[in-house]
Design a protein around this ligand. Sequence first.
Ligand SMILES: C[S@@+](CC[C@H](N)C(=O)[O-])C[C@H]1O[C@@H](n2cnc3c(N)ncnc32)[C@H](O)[C@@H]1O
Length: 148
Amino acid sequence: MGYGKRIDTLCSLLVKAETFADVGCDHGYCSEYMLKNDLCERAILSDISKGSLAKAETLLAPYIRQGRATSVLGDGFLGVPKDVDEVLIAGMGGSEIVSILSDEKYGFMPKRFDFSRCTTRKNYVDISLKTVDISIGILRSKMGNFTT
Ligand SMILES: C[S@@+](CC[C@H](N)C(=O)[O-])C[C@H]1O[C@@H](n2cnc3c(N)ncnc32)[C@H](O)[C@@H]1O
């Protein structure tokens, strides 16, 4: 894949879905992987930061023009429909992830939810990658330390 070890590992855990939402997308690499490999029909790129979202919009401009990708500037699941097939939240702290899922107005548990919790310590980032298939209650997990 060539995005670097952490993003490549994340991408390897994603599954084929009609609609895919990348919440806190920043650069948009995971959405690019999904779109480029025809693993999703449509992707929603969402970020709370205008500057971060702009990076994904630049990277994915051809897909946005084709109507296969839509960008949303906002907090958490704002603009993410509840019937979305797969949601990724990666690179946020655990409490941030929980607050997005449980937000009174916009929170919900996606059909398929992939997340990587990120904790910064001294000079490395400890990532626990967990992919939860809510519908059948199967938990797959990979743990690893990745340099930043
Ligand atoms: C460390 S980056 C991770 C980017 C990418 N998902 C990855 O794993 O490489 C975290 C991103 O989440 C965004 N973010 C943080 N809190 C957010 C929230 N509540 N809703 C949406 N985006 C958020 C930040 O602006 C930033 O772009």
